[in-house]
Design a protein around this ligand. Structure first.
Ligand SMILES: [Zn+2]
Length: 459
């Protein structure tokens, strides 16, 4: 009798253990190298008048390994191949969305979680049919198939999509049916307010949240450019998703800080720090959730690749640094470029003084007495901005990576005064950090993340 009692107890323990709730947060900082985290922590310190670094929420996560991001056909990857490698646990070619050249279309970890009965959320500050989020619900030969990717979103039947809007919402020729209409027809409720989602009576509904204001490229505005209301922060979206997805079986949530990469491509350090802050605050939501559900929660924080070749310290400044000066940048370089465009639209000629006045009013609240190095940077950009010849114009465009030369030059001055360096406008193959809690497995390659999560789901 006693033995039977023990067997029943053990069986009960096994059953309840096997059906334990599973909460999984996968954070992907697009383009986020370890130097971006370091820069953000140095910035936090300077904001508080301290030396060194102030610990971010990210670095409170105890297990850290560095992982390779290389893809199948190139050492320096892109978001398509890298997002797909994280999502599916195998390597892809540049631009592929969970679709290999042999036609193989593997199931992402998000789809596996959904099949196991977990609810699924996909969140990004970039558009929801952009490469990284797409890798978790779509299978497409190329990331450029935005409309086709969008068509695959409702097929996933995932429970929460949130953040940016949609690229090519009505197809390349604007002749296709509106994707958002298709989502509503597929049973998705659509929102631009996170509060409205939190106060839903029935959380068994599928929802799509898009931020109240979106940029022309359908991404959320940068944090540095975002007025608090009516916009949402990434942290608010994650908190809303937790409320909506929480259920007895648990959930899988992929959260992308999609525009760390955009700012790094622009070599815009202050804007990049803002995106880091937005991302790090979102990590805090997950970490607080972890503290309440310790044995049931897995958090992984990583990047798809590094962007910009960021350095803390530059050759021109030797051992000097002043990262705190970046607080004085008032908006993103790209927003300042649109202001320049607007204000100079009807002007015959724009003088250096005009540019300087615009820069001090809208962009950089710093001492405008420029050093000779800074002046030569500005003079070169000024000459480039005034080029009329078409061929030379296209050279200028590639020289400044498509950015306004003057906005770029002022931004470079900010970076230099801070001692933040960028070695490229593209991605690098520097290894990226993987922070984790809820597992003890070190992760040395981006394809290993899939198995760590799968093992956790099946635990
Ligand atoms: Zn990327």
């Amino acid at each position: 009798m006693k033995r039977l009692f023990f067997i029943v107890i053990i069986l009960f323990a096994i059953i309840s253990y096997a059906s334990a709730q599973k909460y999984i947060f996968l954070f992907i900082g697009d383009g986020m190298g370890q130097a971006d985290i370091d820069l953000y922590e140095a910035y936090l310190a300077e904001k508080d008048g301290k030396s060194g670094f102030v610990q971010s929420n990210i670095s409170k996560i105890p297990l850290l390994s560095m992982c390779s991001t290389v893809c199948k056909d190139r050492r320096i990857t892109d978001s398509g191949a890298a997002g797909s490698a994280i999502a599916c646990g195998q390597k892809f070619n540049v631009g592929e969305i969970s679709y290999s050249e042999s036609g193989n279309q593997p199931k992402s970890i998000a789809k596996i979680a959904k099949e196991k009965g977990l609810k699924v959320g996909i969140i990004s500050t970039a558009p929801m049919n952009h490469a990284t989020p797409a890798a978790f619900y779509a299978n497409q030969q190329t990331r450029k198939n935005y409309y086709q990717i969008g068509l695959q979103l409702p097929e996933s039947n995932f429970d929460f999509f949130g953040g940016g809007g949609l690229l090519k919402q009505t197809g390349n020729k604007k002749e296709e049916k509106d994707l958002m209409t298709l989502y509503q027809e597929a049973g998705y409720l659509t929102f631009t307010s996170t509060k409205a989602i939190s106060s839903l009576k029935n959380h068994n509904t599928k929802v799509i949240f898009t931020n109240e204001t979106l940029e022309r490229d359908a991404s959320m505005p940068y944090k540095i450019d975002r007025e608090d209301s009516p916009n949402s922060s990434l942290a608010e979206i994650v908190a809303t998703a937790i409320t909506h997805l929480d259920n007895p079986k648990g959930f899988f949530m992929m959260v992308e800080g999609g525009k760390i990469d955009y700012a790094a491509h622009d070599n815009d350090a202050a804007t990049m720090i803002g995106e880091m802050e937005d991302f790090d605050n979102a990590v805090a939501e997950a970490y607080n959730f972890y503290l309440q559900h310790k044995n049931e929660t897995l958090i992984i924080i990583t990047a798809d690749h590094e962007t910009g070749g960021v350095s803390l310290g530059i050759a021109d400044n030797g051992y000097e640094s002043d990262f705190g000066i970046l607080i004085k940048q008032k908006m993103s370089m790209s927003k300042f470029a649109t202001i320049i465009k607007k204000l100079t639209k009807n002007e015959e000629s724009v003088s250096m003084k005009d540019y300087s006045d615009m820069a001090s009013k809208y962009f950089i609240g710093i001492d405008m007495n420029f050093s000779s190095d800074e002046l030569s940077l500005l003079n070169e950009a000024f000459a480039d901005a005034n080029i009329k010849n078409n061929r030379a114009k296209s050279e200028v465009k590639s020289k400044y990576n498509g950015n306004n030369p003057m906005a770029y030059a002022y931004c470079q001055i900010m970076n230099r005064r801070a001692s933040v360096g960028f070695s490229t406008n593209s991605h690098t193959c520097a290894k990226v950090p993987v922070y984790a809690i809820g597992t003890t497995a070190p992760i040395y390659d981006n394809t290993e993340i899939f198995n760590v999560i799968k093992t956790f789901i099946e635990k």
